[in-house]
Ligand binder design. Structure first.
Ligand SMILES: C[S@@+](CC[C@H](N)C(=O)[O-])C[C@H]1O[C@@H](n2cnc3c(N)ncnc32)[C@H](O)[C@@H]1O
Length: 241
């Protein structure tokens, strides 16, 4: 991928950002899982388990995973809801969805859709998950409104995403390490600029208080959060009243 496209993606807004982000994920789809494992020391699967546990995902429930990418959150959700439940994953990037189909095709229904315009009836899901997704959406508030709309009353929502560490001393060191390590690993796979986007976009994304306020504004209450990796990753969850 060209430098102009990737380095600019985190600076763009609106439709320009949408297009740049989709092109970026199309470019890295083949290597996404392996790089994800390396930069998270394989901990991302434990964070997903923590997320589905935090929202108490249960047998028989119907779950939507927004920005599902290669399907890892669908997989974690499918393990909780069992064969009597239902998992639906949506993403706007076809190459990422193709990877997801290989992984969870039999256990999740997958489809192309934008997080800001979910093609589902209101109140149709027991839970919605988003992994490392909201940060990439040009209008996260619009996505959160859509998520709240498709949740049934009492339905739960969880997002796991990059964040900025807040602890003194360790926080800045952890953040600097993340900013160096992630692009370095990406470079090994020829995607240094796409993986520069990751820490840069985390830097620009809402902080914990702003994200909690955005959830509240969308109609998702009882918001709680938990940090991982010294605060470089944050899980935030809540429920629709
Ligand atoms: C960092 S990946 C995360 C994938 C997956 N959720 C995971 O946990 O590994 C972000 C995903 O969000 C998708 N995405 C970004 N903006 C989107 C949007 N507006 N609508 C739908 N999907 C979007 C990208 O295509 C990409 O697959």
């Amino acid at each position: 991928m060209g430098a102009t496209l990737e380095t600019a993606a985190w600076e763009k807004t609106g439709e320009d950002k949408r297009r740049a982000v989709r092109a970026m994920f199309a470019e890295i789809a083949d290597h996404y899982d392996i790089v994800n494992g390396l930069v998270s020391f394989q901990l991302h699967q434990a964070w997903r388990k923590a997320a589905v546990t935090a929202i108490g995902l249960d047998l028989g429930e119907k779950v939507l995973d927004v920005c599902c990418g290669t399907g890892d959150f669908c997989e974690a959700a499918a393990a909780c809801v069992g064969s009597e439940g239902q998992v639906v994953g949506v993403d706007f990037c076809a190459p990422m969805l193709r990877q997801a189909a290989r992984k969870v095709g039999g256990r999740a229904r997958l489809g192309l859709a934008d997080a800001m315009r979910l093609p589902f009836a209101s109140r149709s899901f027991d839970a919605v998950t988003v992994g490392w997704g909201l940060r990439n959406v040009p209008d996260p508030q619009a996505a959160l409104r859509e998520i709240a709309r498709v949740l049934r009353p009492g339905g739960r929502f969880v997002s796991v995403d990059m964040a900025r560490p807040t602890t003194p001393v360790i926080g800045p060191v952890a953040e600097a390490a993340c900013h160096m390590a992630v692009p370095f690993v990406g470079r090994l796979f020829g995607h240094d600029e796409a993986y520069t986007y990751l820490p840069k976009s985390a830097y620009k994304f809402m902080d914990r208080d702003a994200l909690a306020a955005a959830l509240n504004a969308a109609g998702i209450g009882q918001v709680q959060h938990q940090d991982f990796m010294f605060g470089n990753v944050c899980m935030m969850w809540g429920a629709r009243p």
